[in-house]
Design a protein. Structure first.
Length: 85
């Protein structure tokens, strides 16, 4: 069974980008190559600062949506207490 991830990146301009994937390392590499999301393309390099693992794609996507609704302050708190790499 494949692991699914919700992840949070810190962009070079200090902003955050939240997404989901089932190949975390490859997805981060794609973002830094400019082949990821349009948002991160102009804000490289990006750094993985937080992630969570899920059994299903649906769970990861649901969590991605919830994290996108958080304020910057709430995202910073999540990073401070979570799965930081």
């Amino acid at each position: 069974m494949e692991t699914n991830y919700m992840y949070l990146l810190r962009c070079a301009d200090g902003t955050f980008y939240c997404g989901w994937t089932n190949h975390l390392e490859e997805r981060i590499r794609k973002h830094n190559e400019g082949c990821g999301a349009k948002y991160t393309r102009a804000r490289r390099p990006v750094e993985l600062v937080y992630y969570e693992e899920f059994a299903t794609r649906k769970e990861a996507m649901k969590r991605e949506y919830a994290v996108k609704q958080l304020s910057r302050r709430e995202k910073l708190k999540l990073i401070e207490t979570g799965n930081v790499i």
